[in-house]
Design a protein around this ligand. Structure first.
Ligand SMILES: Cc1cc2nc3c(=O)[nH]c(=O)nc-3n(C[C@H](O)[C@H](O)[C@H](O)COP(=O)(O)OP(=O)(O)OC[C@H]3O[C@@H](n4cnc5c(N)ncnc54)[C@H](O)[C@@H]3O)c2cc1C
Length: 458
């Protein structure tokens, strides 16, 4: 079967490439290959009753399928160049922001209308942060919430399904260069195309490495962020979340000069597990629907780690730490901040006696046996700094879940059109290492679609 364009991966990057291609050039023959299930078949078997923890499904419904890793996420679209990716380095700040706004408009037309757009610009909190040696990053944040995010995806699929061919449960195994384009192999079947867009996100990172090796596309991998997910009563963090919903706050530690940041804030949300290639880490969700909200707020505190020569496997380092926590806790470990400071493990009874109810069933334990001292020291320092902004953050009962890791895909060398050294092969979204967020990944999809349309018209 021959297509004009084949897109590999149906996360935000792949979806928005497909959207822009079929919308601008309906005559193009477009196919989308996705390793995971169609949206309506994506169900995680953990029900908290019969199945309490991850059973390692062949295709993880949380990470894979139409909507990608972000399908059940909190749906926070951060319209900013300050974080979430480095798209602006390839196409300029204004164009990057314009594309993110364009994605927002589509999301609004597809069911997101009425959701809130928050902004950090000129807020009282910005000044308060500075006074406490904390730095609030600028952003406009569209909060869809997990429930509306799902509706938007349903509507996007309804729009796309008759305009492009979708192949679900079809992991692409190989991409090879052939005359006039590329051949895509999925087990025994093969398909060809003139242009190929790879948007396989984080879960496809190992496969992406293999493709780059085979096609001799240069890459590098030097960054990883590691830390914990903090859970506390929603009232404690309400001075921040009521005004901004999500705030990205940066702190530079006094002890080592390391950067620690807040990440993925979920007011009245739940802490969840995440399975990346068999490694269990922690994350968070929240819902727009008040009926599904909890009494707790959670967010991650992550320490950025950059490695230099000769070490090249930053993700391997993070995976080893996550494995250690999986080995000690059988999955995720939870510890009260008070226990951590006193150098003792949390026990089931200490967690039960706490004045906060954990939203995730994790194993009480000792995070100091898992996280390197320097990283843990940075997290503790930032918790005390945040306590000045939101008193109560450093309370004994504040819960820390570990480990949370932000794996960065290796960075693939692409040009300003996001085209790799193989002509006609574009690498976008989180799989390219250039984006790390819904809005940047989606914007990279729109951008590459427009570049392909121009290239085909030449
Ligand atoms: C729990 C959670 C919450 C998050 N919350 C937010 C948030 O609120 N805001 C935000 O900006 N970001 C958030 N993120 C990050 C965000 O989801 C990602 O940045 C975004 O989804 C990246 O989009 P993508 O299209 O590049 O990749 P992905 O969304 O990862 O999609 C890639 C797709 O490719 C498929 N694939 C992989 N390999 C192959 C293959 N060989 N063949 C075929 N298909 C393949 C996968 O199955 C997957 O569906 C969250 C992430 C998680 C895990």
């Amino acid at each position: 079967m021959k297509y004009d364009i084949i897109i590999i991966g149906a996360g935000p990057g792949g979806i928005f490439s497909a959207y822009e291609l079929v919308n601008q050039s309906p005559q193009l023959k477009v196919a989308v290959f996705e390793a995971g299930h169609a949206l309506d078949r994506r169900h995680c078997p953990i029900d908290g009753d019969k199945i309490k923890s991850c059973i390692g499904c062949k295709s993880c419904s949380i990470m894979n399928g139409f909507g990608g890793t972000g399908a059940f996420s909190d749906g926070k679209y951060n319209i900013t160049n300050d974080f979430g990716g480095a798209l602006h380095e390839f196409l300029g700040k204004e164009q990057a922001l314009d594309l993110m706004r364009y994605v927002d408009e589509i999301n609004m037309r597809c069911g997101g209308e009425g959701t809130k757009l928050y902004s950090t610009a000129d807020t009282r909190l910005k000044k308060l942060c500075m006074q406490n040696d904390l730095h609030l990053l600028d952003a406009s944040v569209r909060h869809l919430g997990t429930d509306i995010n799902y509706v938007v995806l349903e509507n996007l699929y309804a729009f796309l399904k008759d305009k492009a061919d979708f192949f679900f449960d079809t992991p692409v195994t190989a991409v090879t260069s052939v005359e006039g384009g590329y051949e895509i192999r999925c087990g025994d079947a093969s398909f060809t195309c003139s242009k190929c867009v790879i948007s396989v996100g984080r879960s496809g990172s190992k496969w992406m490495e293999k493709v780059c090796r085979e096609l001799e596309i240069p890459t590098e991998s030097t960054r990883m962020d590691i830390g914990v997910r903090v859970e506390l009563p929603a009232e404690v963090f309400s001075p921040l979340t009521d005004e901004l919903y999500e705030s990205k706050i940066l702190y530079r530690t006094k002890q080592y000069g390391d950067k620690v940041r807040t990440f993925c804030m979920n007011p009245k949300g739940v802490v969840v597990t995440e399975n990346t290639n068999g490694i269990i880490t922690v994350n968070g969700h929240s819902y727009e629907d008040p009926a599904r909200q909890t009494e707790n707020t959670n967010f991650a505190l992550l320490v950025a780690k950059h490695f230099s020569e000769p070490f090249k496997d930053s993700n391997g380092y993070g995976e080893s730490i996550a494995r250690l926590s999986n080995m000690l806790g059988g999955g995720i470990i939870v510890q009260r901040f008070g226990d951590l400071i006193r150098g003792r493990r949390s026990t089931p009874s200490r967690i039960e006696e706490a004045f906060i109810t954990p939203t995730l069933n994790a194993t009480p334990g000792d995070l100091s046996l898992v996280l390197p001292k320097r990283i843990l020291d940075g997290i503790i320092e930032m918790i005390y700094a945040l306590d000045k902004l939101a008193p109560g953050t450093a309370n004994d009962d504040t819960l820390l879940y570990g480990v949370e890791i932000k794996f960065y895909n290796m960075e693939v060398k692409v040009n300003e059109k996001l085209e790799s050294s193989c002509r006609g092969l574009y690498i976008i979204g989180d799989g390219s290492g250039i984006t790390h967020s819904l809005s940047h990944a989606s914007a990279s999809g729109v951008y590459v679609a427009r570049n392909i349309i121009s290239a085909l018209a030449e």
